[in-house]
Design a protein around this ligand. Structure first.
Ligand code: FES
Ligand code: FE2
Length: 438
């Protein structure tokens, strides 16, 4: 099926065909679909478990609750990191009950079985009461794969999935120039939501909603087509390059004065916005030049490795199935939805923001305003709709989730009708069909 439209711009290299599978409501609603995902999808992908900043010393532990599962990542005495299912081999009790902690050994709160950091059982009550002798040294926590990339630690339940760096392809290479290894997670936000996890995945797989849901982005992000470039990779991941430091071409800002907030950005880089009145699109190139010239003396050592595009544009990397990394030179946003343990019409939304540690910089501009530049300066979990922000653009995306979920439940909804620019949505669901239904 050809969803290639005349207005959308797909890279020639990364534009696989789609079949046109129907996208009906059952995948957002039914327990059978949810069970299929639990069985065939979630074990087959790498999951972002946390940031290495929480695993500095031996005994540091991150717990990641995912649907009904819970995984712990533990820094070892030899500095490696291992991941275990958070379940006691004795009779199944969860071992670690905090999101982040530090322990000399892993001790179960039920009967006090105690495990070394490497998962080996080292102490039980009444060791002589077991047939065959003490289980110590013989029993181990159930282990799963654990690998790192940049500032992140990942886990995976399946031994046949490709190693993490290969699975992430092409992003380790594409994002190398940003130099994210030492970036600091300043915002760590999450919220319980009343919609299926795929509602927000679909949202991140298209930019069709920007004029309606995010109208204020139009003065500094060019969401016009065909200025935006879409790529869909063999790995199943995809990306969207959106020009930044340039107003949208959907509306005529290009022959006017430089609109706010671009005028302020121009001044911050020593550029007089008046010089760009009537040709505001040229400001982007001027900012590239200014960043190259002034960036190093302002502490942005990472600019030197970035391409011109990376210096000014937004690179939205959407990994199959549920992880988005939105890159700009000064901010990395992690946006993710994870399934609810039992209800297909609920999910957990997560939003982390990471920033490069620029010498002398104490604060950063975040989607929650100005925040101190330190690890987890704001960390909180909320319920969407209770008035607690998860970041202003993300709030806008989430605002549509509940009403879309409700509408999908209608007998009158017959399946999605997609324009060419939503081809990534189509491909996402076809990959999902292949994985979940076989
Ligand atoms: S369930 Fe953990 S010690 Fe009994
Ligand atoms: Fe959005």
């Amino acid at each position: 099926m050809n969803l290639q439209s005349k207005v959308s711009r797909y890279s020639q290299e990364f534009d696989p065909p789609v079949r046109g599978d129907p996208i009906t409501a059952d995948r957002y609603i039914s327990k059978e679909w949810m069970a299929g995902e639990m069985k065939n999808l979630w074990p087959k992908v790498w999951h972002l478990g946390g940031v290495l900043a929480d695993l500095e010393e031996p005994g540091d532990v991150i717990r990641h609750n995912f649907a009904k599962e819970s995984v712990i990542m533990v820094r070892q005495e030899d500095d490696s990191i291992r991941a275990f299912y958070n379940s006691c081999p004795h009779r199944g009790n969860r071992l670690i009950l905090a999101d982040v902690t530090s322990v000399p050994r892993i001790t179960c709160g039920y009967h006090n079985w105690t495990y070394d950091l490497d998962g080996t059982l080292i102490k039980v009550q009444d060791p002589d009461d077991f047939e065959g002798g003490s289980p110590c040294g013989k029993v181990h926590l159930s282990e799963l794969r654990c690998e790192t990339w940049g500032p992140f630690v990942f886990w995976c339940m399946d031994d046949d999935v490709a190693p993490l760096h290969e699975w992430l392809s092409p992003f380790p290479e594409r994002l190398a120039g940003y130099g994210i290894d030492n970036w600091v997670r300043v915002l760590n936000l999450s919220a319980d939501c009343e919609f299926n996890w795929k509602i927000i995945r679909d949202n991140f797989n298209e930019s069709y909603h920007l004029p309606t849901i995010h109208p204020e982005l139009a003065t500094f992000i060019n969401d016009g087509l065909p200025d935006t470039l879409f790529e869909m990779y063999p790995s199943g991941h995809n990306s969207m390059w959106m020009k930044g430091h340039q107003a949208t071409t959907r509306v005529d800002y290009h022959t006017t004065e430089v609109p706010a907030p671009l005028d302020q950005v121009a001044r911050a880089w020593g550029i007089d916005p008046a010089d760009y009145a009537g040709h505001t699109g040229d400001l982007r190139a001027a900012v590239i030049e200014a960043k190259r010239r002034l960036g190093p003396e302002r502490g942005f050592a990472n600019y030197a490795q970035m391409s011109d595009q990376q210096l000014v544009d937004y690179f939205h990397c959407t990994l199959f199935p549920n992880l988005t990394l939105t890159m700009s030179p000064e901010q990395l946003q992690v946006l993710r939805t994870e399934p609810h343990p039992t209800d297909p019409e609920k999910c957990v939304f997560q939003h982390w923001c990471l920033y490069p540690p620029i010498a002398g910089m104490r604060e950063v501009e975040t989607p929650l305003g100005t925040v101190p530049l330190r690890h987890d300066a704001i960390a909180r979990h909320s319920t969407y709709g209770d008035g607690v922000s998860v970041g202003f653009v993300a709030d806008q995306d989430l605002s549509i989730g509940t009403s879309q979920q409700q509408g999908l439940n209608s007998r009158g909804f017959k399946g999605c009708i997609l324009p060419g620019q939503e081809k990534r949505v189509q491909r996402f669901h076809e990959l999902l069909n292949d994985v979940v239904q076989g």
